[in-house]
Design a protein around this ligand. Structure first.
Ligand code: XCC
Ligand code: SF4
Length: 621
């Protein structure tokens, strides 16, 4: 497993990059070795200018920062700031979707429509907004305004929390971590982690979980639900994945980042006749829009658009020499892209006022002129088609079909209208439990190895796997998102999948769509009349790297679900804090973290956990 990747297409492009003298994340990671020990252990602090301070991890002096902060305080504060950044990223994305819905309802945007009126009306009912006899625009305006208020603290408690089982809500109340408002919790992290405010690592941790909950049951859930209203609720759909989706004879546009507001418009505009004609005029046989990372997941879930790859493949896509434009919005976009692009002909086009990249072309995107901007970007890609450097072109032939689009609504539909068949299969032990495998890639672990190994091992043992993000793309490339992959599953899960015609690994969307997983888990717990912590369910992030993943992991355990991390979080230098995260949290939240870098062992932990929870529910193992 010493290889940089287990994905053949990526290995080919890494080879090509090396021959052409191109540095990638793996090379830069190598150059960072050895990485800073204090940083890895989480015990350096730069929160004030008496510092920076660091704690001696071997128990020698110093054991406190200048202000007296201990290792536990420092590591907890650092982790809280990671949660805040992650929650902010998801939630700011959510806010933008809410705003887009509001402006669309007011007739102020270009190209958007309310695509799922049924979902709009259901959400309105949930928020207590009258909908009978009212038009969809009117309802959408009220709903969006109501949602905007959730970011502040008008009601003092997030609306979507009501989707959680009552026992879980009571626990949140009792522990004092019911999230009040999305922005409020994030701001409070920054306040509490300022020098001389919250110095108790337990108190800090509880607020960290509350902030993360405001992401999972707040910002992220708004992003998902309101995206469904605007762009349609995903239904099962097929498409292609991996770098082989790039086409030598077509204009290739890779959309990379996170938000559907731009990528959906590009997909829409790329189908227009005059743009196709313009591409043909330049000698191209078409316009090939592909996705990357989570914005890729957004459009593959809704349109079956091909996905070129996951996080560690962004540079490698450029190395093929056929990407005419790499269009980016926000999050997980390596600044190195413009460096790599310079060696080929690729234009990196940034679009968000929040995310500029030195060396990129910037085309400011706004909802008011969305379709025109998308057209302009596509024209730039078309114009760039003739600038390809023939001698640098090499497209790996790896390409794999996937089935995605498993929203909660789609899962219920696939089950024949209710969750009952799934519950019955779980009760009967055909399906032992459910595992959510999510998150990024990280050069600290062989690319895709963690995702694929853990997924394969779990489905083999009759655990239904649900996925989002880069984990899902890894499995798409490996063919695990196809109904035929049921052959790789254990006899119980395999039979259920074959009967329903679904894959044993369900792609539920982008990372904000982990909210769909929360909704599913809550619905199952509600149907069984138990708390989410009683379910035979687990979460895992085998290759995580982003701060968003820290927020996700924290709201998953905050929701009562055991979570295994496959790369080591920066906390191990703080003994008591680490114990709290991996053990103490169990008593308080009914769930805790485990850290296990070997995905086979991680699978063992999850299977053990699922068996114990089945026993707790009185189910046969
Ligand atoms: Fe980013 Fe969402 Fe991680 Fe992938 S999984 S590397 S966060 S793109 Ni979200
Ligand atoms: Fe050092 Fe305390 Fe300042 Fe952190 S807050 S840099 S530990 S003095």
């Amino acid at each position: 497993m010493g290889e940089k990747s287990v994905d053949q297409a990526s290995l080919k492009m890494l080879n090509k990059a090396a021959q052409e003298g191109i540095e990638t994340a793996w090379d830069r990671y190598e150059k960072q070795q050895p990485q800073c020990g204090f940083g890895l252990l989480g015990i350096c602090c730069r929160n004030c200018n008496m510092g920076p301070c660091r704690i001696d991890p071997f128990g020698d002096e110093p054991q406190e920062g200048v202000c007296g902060a201990t290792a536990d305080t420092i590591a907890a504060r650092n982790l809280l700031r990671m949660i805040a950044a992650g929650a902010a990223a998801h939630s700011d994305h959510g806010r933008d979707i809410v705003t887009t819905l509001y402006e669309t309802a007011a007739g102020e945007t270009q190209g958007y429509q309310i695509k799922d009126e049924g979902k709009l009306r259901a959400l309105a009912a949930e928020f207590g907004i009258p909908e009978e006899g009212r038009g969809k625009e009117e309802i959408a305006r009220d709903l969006a305004r109501e949602a905007m208020e959730e970011f502040g603290m008008v009601k003092g408690k997030l609306q979507f929390l009501n989707r959680a089982p009552e026992k879980r809500r009571q626990l949140w109340e009792k522990v004092g971590i019911t999230p009040r408002g999305v922005d409020r919790e994030i701001v409070e992290v920054m306040h509490r982690t300022h020098i001389g405010v919250d110095n108790d690592y337990v108190n800090l941790t509880l607020h960290g979980v509350r902030t993360a909950l405001s992401d999972g049951w707040g910002g992220s859930m708004f992003a998902t639900e309101f995206s469904d209203v605007l762009f349609g609720t995903p239904q099962p759909i097929k498409g292609q994945s991996n770098l082989g989706v790039l086409k030598e004879d077509q204009v290739n546009i890779v959309v990379h980042g996170h938000e559907p507001v731009l990528s959906d418009m590009i997909v829409q505009a790329a189908r227009e006749d005059d743009l196709l004609a313009a591409a043909q005029e330049k000698g191209a046989n078409g316009i090939n829009v592909c996705g990357m990372c989570c914005t890729g997941n957004e459009i593959l879930m809704r349109h079956g658009v091909p996905v070129a790859g996951n996080f560690l493949q962004q540079e490698l896509a450029v190395v093929t020499g056929v990407v005419d434009a790499m269009v980016v919005d926000v999050q997980c976009i390596m600044p190195a892209l413009t460096q790599v692009a310079r060696c080929y002909h690729t234009k990196v086009i940034s679009t968000s006022p929040k995310a500029r990249f030195p060396g990129a072309d910037h085309v400011p995107f706004s909802e008011q002129t969305a379709l025109d901007t998308a057209r302009k970007i596509i024209m730039m890609a078309i114009d760039n088609f003739s600038h390809r450097k023939e001698e640098l072109i090499q497209i790996p032939d790896e390409e794999m079909e996937y089935m995605a689009g498993f929203s909660v609504e789609a899962i219920i539909k696939a089950l024949g209208g209710s969750l009952d068949p799934l519950l019955d299969a779980i009760k009967a032990g055909q399906i032992k439990g459910i595992a959510a495998i999510v998150g990024c890639n990280n050069p600290k672990i062989s690319h895709d190895y963690g995702h694929l190994t853990l997924t394969r091992e779990l489905i083999k043992n009759d655990v239904l796997v649900v996925q989002t993000g880069c984990a899902a793309i890894a499995c798409a490339k490996a063919g695990l998102l196809l109904p035929e992959a049921a052959d790789e599953a254990g006899p119980g899960l395999g039979a259920v999948c074959k009967a329903l015609g679904i894959p044993p690994v369900l792609h539920m969307g982008s990372c904000v769509d982990i909210s769909r997983i929360l909704v599913t888990a809550a619905a199952i717990a509600n149907a069984l009349g138990v708390d989410m912590s009683d379910l035979p369910a687990a979460g895992a992030a085998p290759e995580w790297m982003s701060e968003k993943a820290v927020s996700i992991g924290s709201y998953v355990i905050g929701s009562g679900i055991f979570t295994v991390l496959g790369t080591v979080p920066p906390v191990l230098g703080a003994k008591k804090f680490t114990e709290l995260l991996t053990q103490g949290a169990q008593d308080v939240l009914g769930a805790a973290f485990a850290v296990e870098t070997d995905p086979m062992k991680a699978a063992g932990l999850i299977l053990e956990h699922i068996a114990a929870k089945r026993k707790g529910l009185g189910l046969e193992s």
